[in-house]
Design a protein around this ligand. Structure first.
Ligand SMILES: Cc1cc2nc3c(=O)[nH]c(=O)nc-3n(C[C@H](O)[C@H](O)[C@H](O)COP(=O)(O)OP(=O)(O)OC[C@H]3O[C@@H](n4cnc5c(N)ncnc54)[C@H](O)[C@@H]3O)c2cc1C
Length: 433
């Protein structure tokens, strides 16, 4: 057992003081750890990179991290498959795959997370043609609450459907992922008036391989991003400007603007319009897929994100804009709309439906609770399901009604973890109570 460093998530929205902190270096050590926890009646939680906004990781008991279980096990270039230990960060995996001329089909906005972390919370990218990252999984190894090791693949139908597990079935130690040949993406970004976006967003989502919308509240246009595979050759017209943007403007200038807006919120609409003129213009670039899909790390801020039926996205967007205006909220961060293909994972927010994820982001506490209240009211009316790794307020009955297979999931959980070793307050409140 290592000295517990105390846990604080990336967004600094949750902290806890685990009694013990462990970084096993082999599957055998993971098994021993679980058995020891069981015999001393200690609870266990897993932490990857700590990049969730929710309290999903928090525990006062034992916290386990697999940063030292991050090796490559096998790369099958022919089958385009990779097996790695589950503590590997996506950023390391992207580089490894690139060396072998392979890539993941889909990624979210960043790759700082651990492979096990993104699978456990149903982390997603932005394409109605591709599912959450867990749908790229071919098999995984799980050490359950009794210290037993399971090799899981799609032939074990119910256990397979439970692979978005919120870390409460056991410790995932190894994963095999389906990849594809390395590819370049062409990003085309351009501003579009809101009325046009309302009309065209569904068409744009299906016509492009990847697609997202960024809207700065208080601005009358949104920025559309389309991404399509190309063999045209890399283009980064403004290489230096982009570097400056990523490393200086986004990091320092935006952080300064956010800081001023926190003190004088009435200035926020003016700042948002200023940023839109400065940054949200037409731009084209072509680069390696992960470099195009990933963004530089943003300044620290709050995030909530809900998944709704994809077809309801235009309605939701209109209602959210009206809500922000009606409540006179001053929101200093973008609202993001992304699309994701439906899947068969029991606890995936995209379960059984092609989905739109709508994210409301804001830096600072002023106005945040009211934004959350108004946002969630709209999402709940549209049968929205919250992202497990982002902020949401909940009550257990709501969660139960959103996931028709929750009971089946809990039956599996009780068999794999009969002593509720992996249950923390978050799990208790969301899926158990
Ligand atoms: C700047 C930023 C951008 C983001 N962008 C996106 C995005 O584009 N799309 C999106 O969907 N999400 C996004 N997220 C959210 C993020 O992808 C998820 O919260 C993800 O789960 C974080 O991964 P992590 O490794 O930090 O896991 P943690 O937050 O540390 O843990 C998440 C869950 O995984 C479990 N877990 C971790 N390791 C294991 C293991 N070995 N075995 C079993 N369970 C385990 C934990 O117990 C917990 O339940 C973003 C987050 C940030 C901070």
């Amino acid at each position: 057992m290592g000295q517990s460093p105390g846990f604080i998530n990336w967004a600094r929205t949750h902290r806890s003081n685990p009694e013990g902190y462990f970084q096993p270096t082999s599957e055998g050590e993971v098994v021993e750890l679980v058995k020891q926890a069981g015999s001393s009646a200690k609870k266990v939680r897993l932490v990857g990179a700590g990049h969730s906004w929710s309290s999903i990781v928090c525990t006062d008991a034992w916290l386990v991290n697999l940063d030292r279980l991050n090796a490559v096990i096998n790369i099958d270039r022919e089958a385009k498959q990779v097996t790695v230990q589950a503590g590997m960060r996506l950023s390391e995996l992207n580089e490894l795959l690139s060396l072998h001329k392979l890539a993941l089909q889909n990624l979210g906005s960043i790759s700082e997370q651990s492979v096990a972390g993104v699978i456990s919370t149903a982390t997603h990218g932005s394409s109605v043609h591709y599912g959450i990252l867990a749908t790229q999984l071919l098999s995984f190894t799980l050490v359950d609450g009794r210290g037993e090791v399971h090799k899981v693949d799609p032939s074990q139908v119910s256990l397979w459907s439970a692979r978005v597990s919120l870390g409460c079935l056991g410790i995932v130690t190894e994963v095999t992922l389906q990849c594809k040949d390395a590819f370049d993406l062409k990003e085309h970004a351009y501003p579009v008036p809101l009325i046009e976006i309302d009309k065209n967003m569904l068409e744009l989502a299906s016509a492009n391989e990847y697609f997202k919308i960024w809207w700065f509240p208080h601005v009358d246009v949104a920025q559309v991003y389309t991404y399509n595979e190309t063999a045209e050759g890399r283009v980064n017209h403004n290489g230096f400007v982009r570097w400056l943007d990523d490393n200086f403007l986004a990091k320092y200038v935006f952080t300064l603007i956010l800081g001023i807006g926190k003190i004088w919120p009435t200035l926020i609409p003016f700042f948002n319009r200023f940023i839109r003129i400065l940054k949200f213009n037409e731009e084209v670039r072509i680069d390696r897929s992960d470099k195009v899909l990933n963004l530089p790390m943003p300044p620290i801020h709050n995030e909530m994100e809900w998944s709704i039926d994809a077809k309801d996205a235009p309605l939701a967007f209109k209602q959210l804009r009206s809500m922000i205006a009606a409540r006179n909220l001053k929101i200093n961060f973008i609202l993001e709309i992304r699309f994701v293909k439906g899947d068969d994972c029991m606890l995936s927010p995209c379960h059984s439906r092609d989905s739109a994820f709508i994210g409301g982001y804001h830096a600072g506490e002023k106005g945040w609770d009211e934004y959350v209240e108004g946002f969630e009211e709209i999402m709940r009316q549209l049968d929205g399901r919250p992202h497990w790794g982002k902020h949401f307020t909940f009550n257990e009955n709501e969660i139960r009604s959103l996931y028709p297979d929750l009971e089946v999931f809990n039956e599996i959980r009780s068999k794999l973890d009969p002593d509720q070793l992996f249950v923390n307050e978050f799990i208790q409140k969301t899926i158990l109570d």
